[in-house]
Ligand binder design. Structure first.
Ligand code: FNR
Length: 183
């Protein structure tokens, strides 16, 4: 059964995207697992730091977690109709050195979901990831889509998913992705 690594692209304690990732973890099909990786602790990319010190520990940890997983789940906020810089910065670090890209990302299945308080549910951010995933040689799964709009009404103050319709959509999305991985 599939072992997926999920990453939320938000550092906020009250992040809707992190809440969505935690909710997905609780709705996984029997036998499959969803571990949660974090971008916390990853500094701004600086080629001089990389040359002098190598990869920061938080980058190495997340890289190896991806390499050990069957697939990646990107849970992306949307900033200015694209992916947040903090999330893209983290992925940029994870692609260093470039000789490691094939091992960490190459051919690895990936799915994208996201949540926004607005009405378009991260559709443009999800699209913005596609050329990045192509560059990394990943295999995006297009068998389902999940764009959570009006996130302020979908999660309660503690970050629990309280919308039954979205819960059903999330469960269906994860079941579809896992079924794809199991094939
Ligand atoms: C936003 N937000 C936002 N939302 C959206 O649907 N489309 C957008 O283009 C933007 N742009 C944007 C830019 C910046 C700089 C910020 C800080 C925010 C709102 C965003 O969806 C909201 O802050 C979410 O709560 C962010 O995700 P987390 O942190 O809740 O996971």
């Amino acid at each position: 059964m599939a072992h997926i690594l999920g990453i939320s692209g938000s550092l906020r304690a009250g992040s809707y995207n992190s809440a969505l990732l935690r909710a997905a973890q609780g709705l996984m099909p029997a036998g499959s697992t969803l571990d949660i990786g974090t971008i916390r602790g990853i500094p701004l990319y600086d080629g001089d730091v990389e040359a002098a010190e190598g990869l920061p520990p938080a980058v190495v940890t997340l890289k190896e977690a991806i390499a050990a997983a069957d697939a990646l789940l990107i849970v992306t906020p949307e900033y200015n109709n694209s992916m947040p810089g903090v999330f893209k910065n983290a992925i940029d670090w994870l692609t260093r050195p470039s000789s490691d890209i094939a091992r960490v990302f190459g051919g690895r299945p990936v799915a994208i979901i996201g949540a926004s308080p607005g009405g378009f549910g991260t559709i443009l951010s999800q699209n913005a990831w596609l050329p990045v995933l192509r560059t990394l040689g990943m295999e995006p799964w297009f068998g389902g889509r999940l764009m959570v709009s009006r996130a302020g009404t979908v999660f309660d103050a503690q970050g629990a998913l309280i919308d039954d319709k979205v819960r059903g959509q999330l469960e269906q999305f994860m079941a579809g992705f896992v079924a794809h991985l199991d094939r």
